[in-house]
Design a protein around this ligand. Structure first.
Ligand SMILES: [Zn+2]
Ligand SMILES: [Zn+2]
Length: 391
């Protein structure tokens, strides 16, 4: 059996079911739900999969809005990864309605092909909540969601089609300085200024920037800075995100940051607390063999992929998945011009008919990669070799 013979079959199955996938995409888009509240989206997918005869487990990994569906038998397991959370106040401004649509469409199409050609191997569909915040995949990994999986893949909308160009590891911190209030004019010598500590921390971070490699990003906001100019601020706080595409550097950044907080405390006399905010994500470790396959297939399907000049700098909990098992988080284009994700216009683009057509193509690309992974032992070996080398 040749993969070339299967390509028209996969396309035919997807085309035959396009109405179903369009309805799924629109339903999820119209009911945006944020992290761990994706009850409608999760239930809609689970009901659909069960109505098609698939075995689905939900709740999964102790998460109410996670699920796992599977089909087939055999030792090689390929997983499609679905996301479906929205953004607060922005609806599907990251287009995750298209991600779950592509994942379900690819999973169902490959299931039909495995059945028709009696191909051994198993496919799994993982419904992963709370990507935007809350780290659903990190929590699922802790419960062993990839333990029996050989490789995984997901596709994410962007304004253009690209292979997986990586992502930044992220660690987030809330810093609170506590000083002592005093009349700022009558008795300033009795005060300890917590706001000064925040300002010194910002200055320290800004001084560090020049010595950071291109792989790093640091950004912070002041959250509390005092109440009135005539009161020396007793409490001041800030939140910082530290990011790097380099796993070694993310650790160094955290060490430096903690020392700078200590320094600001020493210089002002204000006490400090540093509290992690949300779950840290690892950087992505894109599998280049899978990336190359995606680029080739996406080109053939008319997705017009490009290789960007520099790697992506955002962060995703798929990063943790990609360090556990080989995988890619590839992008497919849903806009005709450059457009930022997490914007109102991107949310609108995520329900356009153009975006849906592109989603079907991306699903087809993912389906082909899955079939290739299950049937082509050389491809599988190359994927694994690549993974071991870049671990
Ligand atoms: Zn996003
Ligand atoms: Zn996203």
């Amino acid at each position: 059996m040749d993969l070339k013979d299967i390509q028209p079959d996969l396309l035919a199955v997807l085309e035959a079911e396009r109405l179903r996938w369009n309805q799924l995409s629109e339903a999820v888009w119209k009911h945006p739900e944020i992290a761990y509240e994706e009850h409608f989206a999760c239930q809609t997918q689970v009901d659909l999969l069960r109505s098609l005869g698939f075995h689905v487990t939900t709740p999964y990994c102790s998460l109410d809005t996670a699920y796992r569906a599977e089909y087939g038998s055999g030792g090689i397991l390929f997983a499609f990864v679905a996301e479906y959370d929205a953004l607060p106040g922005l609806g599907h401004g990251c287009g995750h309605n298209l991600i779950c649509t592509a994942a379900l469409a690819a999973f169902c199409a490959v299931a039909r092909i495995l059945e028709k050609y009696q191909i051994p191997g198993k496919i799994v569909l993982l419904g992963t909540p709370a990507e935007e915040s809350g780290g659903g995949k990190v929590r699922m990994l802790e419960k062993g969601c990839l333990d029996d999986i050989s490789a995984s893949m997901m596709v994410h909308p962007s304004w253009r089609t690209t292979p997986d160009t990586g992502s930044s590891a992220i660690r987030r911190f809330d810093v609170v300085f506590t000083g002592k209030s005093a009349h700022a004019a009558a008795a300033p010598e009795l005060g300890i200024n917590a706001l000064d500590a925040v300002l010194l921390l910002f200055n320290a971070v800004n001084a560090m920037r020049q010595q950071l490699p291109e792989t790093c990003r640091v950004h912070g906001v002041v959250r509390e800075g005092g109440n009135a100019p005539n009161i020396i601020p007793e409490r001041a706080s800030c939140r910082f995100f530290l990011r790097s595409t380099d796993e070694e550097w993310i650790g160094k950044l955290e060490d430096r940051f903690r020392k700078m907080v200590q320094g600001a405390s020493l210089m002002t006399g204000a006490e400090y607390t540093i509290t992690p905010f949300q779950i840290p994500y690892m950087s992505r470790n894109p599998n280049q063999t899978m990336n190359q396959a995606y680029f080739e297939i996406a080109s053939r399907l008319g997705l017009n992929p490009v290789i960007p000049k520099r790697s992506a700098r955002g962060s995703s909990d798929y990063g943790d998945f990609s360090h556990k098992r080989p995988g890619i988080h590839a992008y497919f284009g849903i806009a005709q011009k450059e457009m930022a994700a997490h914007s109102q216009e991107f949310a609108e683009a995520a329900s356009s008919s153009y975006a849906f057509e592109q989603t079907l193509k991306a699903a087809l690309a993912m389906a082909e990669i899955a079939v290739r992974y299950l049937t082509d032992s050389r491809f599988r070996t190359d994927v694994q070799k690549d993974f071991e080398e870049h671990r």
